[in-house]
Design a binder for this molecule. Sequence first.
Ligand code: ADP
Length: 912
Amino acid sequence: MSSADKLFGRLLNRHPPPQQVAPAPLSVRSVGLQVHLNAEGQVTHLTGPLRHALAQQLPAAQMPHLLELLMPHSQLAIEGTPADWQGQILDLDFYSLSGHPLQLRGWVQPLADAWLLQLLDIGDLLLERQQARSREQYQFLAAQIGEQLRRCSLTRLPDVLMEQLQGLSQRLQTPCVAIALLDEQEQGWQIHQHYAAFDAPGLWHNGQRLGTGLDSLNGSAPQHLPPGEHPRLQSTFGNAEGFAVPYHDAQGVAAWLLCGSYPVQQRAPDVSERDWLQFAAALAGPLLERLREHRHHLQLEQLESLQDLLGAGWWELFSERDEVQLAPSLAILLNLESARMPLHDWLDEIHPADREELNSRLQDLQNEGKPLLLCVRLAHAPIWYRLQGQALGVGTHRRLVGFMLDISDIKNQQQHAAAAHARLDNLIASSPAVIYVQRYVEGALQPTFFSDSLLPLLGWTLADCAAGALAERVHPEDRDRYFERTRQLLREGSVRARYRLRDSHGDYHWLLDEAKLLRDDLGLPVEAVGLWLDVTEATLAAEQVKQSEERYRILVEDSPAMICRYRPDLTLTFGNRPLATYMECSPEQLPGMNLGSWMSQQQRETFLQRLGQLSPEYPVSTAEINLQLPGREHAWWVWSDRGVFDDQGHLLEIQAVGRDNTEVRRSQQQLTQSAKMATLGEMATGLAHEINQPLNVMRMAIVNVLKRLSNGDVQVDYLTDKLNRIDAQVQRAVRVVDHMRVFGRRSEIEQHPFNPAHAIEGTLSLLAEGMRGKGVDLRVSETGFEVQVRGYVDQLEQVLINLMVNARDALLSKRETDRELKPWISVYADRDQQSVRLWVEDNGGGIDPRLLERIFEPFFTTKPVGVGTGLGLSVSYGIVDNMGGRLSVSNSAEGARFCIELPIYQEDQITR
Ligand code: ADP
């Protein structure tokens, strides 16, 4: 305690000093102020050194009252006369010359006839007390700031810091206050947080970079910064007066408390440097601590999440205790109960195959500090870890630390890659391909590598293919090609060639050689990498295909049949020589011609309809087609088409083989015609009767008319009647002759639809009279329905005539033996959805069952020579068959029964 404090303490004691021990006036006089007063309180004179400090010097003549020397508030402190003041401590402020009150303390003591007011200066004491009090307050404030910052949660830290800055600003009346910390790279200062009073200039913002200007200041004491004196800090303090207080930690200045627009001396005279340093420390100390804590916290979090993500974690080995400590996350990953365990427990977690090696490596680390790097498997799960460890520090501070990293992914990939590699090697080794490398040596290429497949493929090894040996193995015919391959490879950088190589058994293989030349940075050849593919089979197969194609080509060309290919629109794409010859052109002229142009509209439609029926399931169709070749007769071809379809079943093209059937057709026609003529001839007797009948009638009429005429008894009505009868008979004869003329004509070329009933009518018109004349009963019924069949009406008539004439012959020959016979022929028809049947039945006794099978054969007859030709039924059979129908026979109870079955023609029906 200073002497001033002692004195101050005594003064505070407030007990007036006992009078008997009052100090001798002289000694006091030398230090303070002695005011001599009369009984009324008027100053008689002044002594003591302080009297010179008083504002009012006492003039010798006047005796002012003590009150006149005192400042107003002290005037109130005393009243009455000095005698009243005795025994009191008087604190009195006098006017002084300096303008500041002169603070004095004293007491009155009686002198012989007057009073002496003894006063001492207590200004220093009061100031000191004031300062001590504010220091106490400031300390309290600093402590509070520190505590607030330390206590709050990390999230509230910025708010709390702001509150503290605000409090400080208000308390110290600093308009702008901020705390600056080193920035993240520690290369300069940065405003961490600032507060500005509402009327203060906006000097700073949070996060503002200040550069390194503050480093130029003395970092051990608060710095008063008058404007202009620190050019590097001008921008920081905005050219106004500033104040910067440093905060030190172990590394040096760690923070600055900045006060802006602040003439510090003027505003806070009682805040000492120490107080300022304390404020800076109270703010920055806990703040930095909390920020470090925050950073640490973040790092820990990052580390933990990193470890989690990587499946990794650190470990530490305590060798003296043979214990291991693992990162908590690692312990969880490994399913361990605790993160600290004896070393052997940890080793138990490692797969037995790797355990021993790990143990030995750990020993090396422990004993020699040899860094550890090992990949190990876990004992209980198919997981791979990479284990790394090192020794940190030396001596007693040495620590053995490391980490474990889950590398199962990489290991699995490695294993897959190794397996794939092995598979690839295996594949190459067993495929008909050889990979080779040839090194470029002075313009030549020398084999330096072959894949393992060389041996199984050609039976050689690399040694067998030493320089020059390869060329010898090339087939003599292919050597030129082989040398050209090497020249081209060197010239162009890549090549593709095909040649034969001899294997160890002496057999030749066709090899497809594809090679590429690799060059160095200067563009000089280094080596050639290539592939031999054994294409022997393919080459031979191609050769065979070529040969067989040639054979087929010759076959097609030389075939007597017409062979062609055409598109669905009937355009020819190919035609062989016979077809061309038929068409009177060359085979080259055939493509582009249209098959349809040789057909009539109807023929073409029929042809296309038939093609429309082709399908992938039934791709073949055969038919006899009829063509109209310009300037020639009709041609008949037996034509077989095969459709070629794509995957969707669309018809792409048609391959066709055809044979000219015209001659056969023509002879068939001739046969039919001669059969018809024969029929006519046979019918001559019947026809004579047919024509005789009307002639007889006419003759009778004419005889009768002439008789009447000679009698002169001719009436017009009678005459008219006879003439009409004659006319009707003439017409009847004309009809018969007409029909015979029609019937005798050749059939038309093309088939037409017609009603079969017309054929029955035509037949009856020729035969009916004759039959009746022979006493045969003709029964015709059920023929009048509307139905159409396709073919030739005259030919069907020919068939019916044949059947009826045969029936008549059978009846007549039977009547020769059986006079009682009542011969009849029955003609009738029936139909269903598909076909119409015409029946011709007689009671002539039928056909010998043994002959039933043979009667349709040509030239089969049971009639005497010169009577039967044996052609009637066989030609009839052919006619019905040509119409798509069937002629059949059976025996009924009384005779034979023939059936002509014909398909019904429908408009939209496809016919052949
Ligand atoms: P052709 O009449 O010249 O003999 P066809 O071929 O017409 O030749 O007849 C062959 C044979 O079939 C006849 O010779 C006859 O024996 C037998 N035939 C045909 N039709 C009948 C029938 N309705 N009743 C009995 N036999 C018949």
